[in-house]
Design a protein around this ligand. Structure first.
Ligand code: FEO
Ligand code: CA
Ligand code: CA
Ligand code: CA
Length: 609
């Protein structure tokens, strides 16, 4: 019928095959420009990248390592620089700020001669650690599209790096709490830097949200030697151990025996204004503390702002935040406070397809002094424990959670959970030892466009199950499409959904992290969320071996798709001097480099169409 045709035309690109090699892959009628690579200068005072000559001081002026989340924030002519909300709403698709997370560093692929073994002889120095602190965090880079495609604007006043030493404020109910106070910051409101910056989000008032995910690995020390048992458990829960990287040897605040409260100042969402290069990023304690994948927003005029996010760890939870005040599209000063005061909830997924948001409020239910919750700060710092006590559903590693504006439903990427026992499966996490991951669909009450994301009740269903639809083991068998997998080709299936984006026509684009275990590269798969081809993916992009795909971000006109290729050539025994491959430069003098690509259709049309 007509609708089926419309959906098919909607994604008419020629699908690429599953494969595994040292290149990236696109449909024939598409091209990709390598836009930004680790080490590329982001100002016009910085020399071309030479890895042997890299210093911490120079890394501060260069694109960081392991690019992850990407936000394209439009820039429009004739709008005052500081009116980020107006720039954002201009939807300009030919000039903007590319705002990119740098999740973590891999010294064995960054430094010549670096010994990857965790031993006293591994060759680490204070300068290595300082370079790594400067190479993680976030970059803001102005880009513009001209005759030669997308170009970086090196003399832009907006270009900036945010690193593990950038000064930040702590805001919201936990700001200033005793558990956030340190010797260097007795106020508990000022912290240096951000780390583990995985995915994130954007706001219509022109700010960017960046997540702090795997921050525990930066901290060194023995949680068991911490006196307060609640704090010891807290640190243990985030993977802090004596065997972690030895950042603490060079920057003492990362040693928990020296500064036991420093980890409590990480694990938050961070909001900053890319349109003001002087803006001080703010850690938003109202969104809770856990291993944040990201938070994405639903903003409807005159209603509370709703934000959805995941905690990417085995058996952790899906969260929702509802602001106390309403969103007023024309009052940016007002909107900029919406993420500092509100209520955080965790999700319970019922066996019958019903669902409930459980508020995390001190004094309610089990969130009382006897359980270690003396204040709302305690609830937010220990959000995981609060959500578990409230009865939230432990999930198979929630990654991105994002709402499709076309049908007003919210999608949860669940990447995998090898730790789920066969007696611990439930309707929302139906597979024991889930190796392939799945995608859930949350349907808030109401009709499309008028769904009430602030309601504490919702319906939910499985959207797809990752994995091979022909797998012999039923627990590993993928399930796609409305009736069965017959709508997809042998290259349409994937595993381990991680990041997600929606194109301007409402198609879902899923980026994966883990397909090599199934014999092919990670990449991008696109699919409709409605109609006869709902949940029937087509394979669009494949990345070089060792890498996962992050980002995906469309320009507002849908004609450019930015992707971040993270940790290319990551493999056993792959090192700076002897890497698995040297993508994207393939230059014997350069190591493999995490890079952002700008993908476009050769005829200038919308990507995917
Ligand atoms: Fe950094 Fe959840 O992936
Ligand atoms: Ca990653
Ligand atoms: Ca992941
Ligand atoms: Ca991720």
């Amino acid at each position: 019928d007509a609708k089926q045709k419309a959906t098919a035309v909607n994604l008419s690109f020629r699908e690429i095959p599953h494969s595994l090699d040292f290149e990236h892959h696109l449909p024939q009628e598409y091209s990709a420009d390598i836009l930004l690579r680790w080490g590329d200068p982001i100002d016009d005072n910085t020399a071309e990248f030479r890895p042997q000559a890299l210093t911490a001081q120079s890394q501060l002026h260069r694109f960081g390592y392991n690019n992850d989340f990407i936000a394209f924030m439009p820039l429009a002519a004739d709008i005052p620089a500081e009116r980020g909300d107006l720039h954002y709403r201009s939807n300009n698709s030919t000039r903007g700020l590319l705002c990119v997370n740098h999740e973590y560093t891999q010294p064995h692929l960054m430094f010549p001669g670096y010994n990857n073994k965790y031993s006293a002889t591994r060759g680490v120095s204070a300068e290595h650690v300082a370079i790594e602190q400067a190479a993680c965090g976030h970059s803001v880079v102005e880009i513009a599209r001209g005759d030669k495609g997308w170009q970086v604007i090196l003399d832009s006043p907006y270009n900036r790096r945010i690193t593990l030493t950038t000064a930040m404020q702590i805001r919201g109910p936990a700001a200033g709490d005793k558990r956030l106070q340190t010797a260097a910051d007795p106020s508990g409101t000022r912290v240096l830097g951000t780390i583990g910056n995985c995915a994130g989000g954007k706001t219509p008032w022109g700010t960017v949200l960046i997540a702090e995910e795997g921050f525990g690995g930066a901290f060194q020390g023995a949680p068991d030697d911490i006196e307060d048992p609640r704090e010891a458990r807290n640190h243990r829960d985030f993977g802090i151990s004596p065997h972690n990287r030895n950042l603490g040897d060079y920057d003492r605040r990362f040693d928990i025996q020296h500064e036991p409260n420093e980890p409590n100042r990480f694990g938050w969402m961070v909001e900053y204004d890319p349109y003001d290069p002087q803006s001080v990023p703010r850690k938003l304690t109202s969104l809770g503390r856990f291993e944040h994948e990201g938070f994405t927003l639903v903003c409807k005029p005159g209603q509370a702002v709703v934000a959805y996010g995941g905690d990417d760890d085995e058996h952790q939870f899906v969260y929702r935040y509802v602001s106390k005040d309403i969103y007023k599209p024309d009052d940016t000063a007002h909107n900029r406070q919406l993420l500092t005061e509100g209520t955080l909830y965790a999700a319970r997924f019922g066996e019958d397809g019903s669902g409930q948001w459980l508020p995390l409020i001190v004094g309610q239910g089990p969130l009382i002094r006897e359980n270690g919750f003396r204040s709302q700060a305690d609830v937010l710092i220990d959000a995981r424990r609060a959500a578990a006590l409230m009865g939230a559903t432990p999930m198979d590693r929630p990654e991105d959670v994002e709402t499709n504006p076309h049908n007003d439903c919210t999608y949860v990427m669940l990447t995998k959970n090898k730790k789920r026992g066969k007696d611990a499966v439930d309707a929302a996490n139906p597979r024991p030892r889930n190796t392939a991951g799945h995608v859930l669909e949350i349907v808030p009450p109401g009709s499309t466009g008028k769904r009430d994301h602030t309601s504490n009740h919702f319906r939910w269903q499985q959207f797809l199950l990752g994995g091979n639809p022909n797998a012999e083991n039923p627990a590993e068998r993928g399930a796609y499409g409305q009736q069965s997998h017959y709508n997809i080709s042998s290259h349409g299936w994937f595993a381990n959904p991680d990041n997600v984006a929606f194109d301007p026509r409402g198609n879902m684009w899923v980026a994966t992290d883990g397909c090599e275990r199934f014999g092919f590269h990670d990449g991008l798969w696109a699919m409709a969320t409605e109609g006869p081809l709902r949940a029937a993916p087509k394979h669009f992009f494949g990345c070089p071996q060792g890498a996962e795909v992050c980002g995906p971000e469309f320009t507002p006109d849908g004609k450019t798709l930015f992707v971040a290729v993270q940790h290319p050539a990551e493999a056993r025994n792959s090192t700076f001097s002897s890497p698995l491959h040297r993508w994207p430069d393939n230059d014997p003098n350069l190591p493999p480099r995490p890079s952002v690509l700008a993908i476009y259709r050769d005829d200038g049309g919308e990507v995917g169409r």
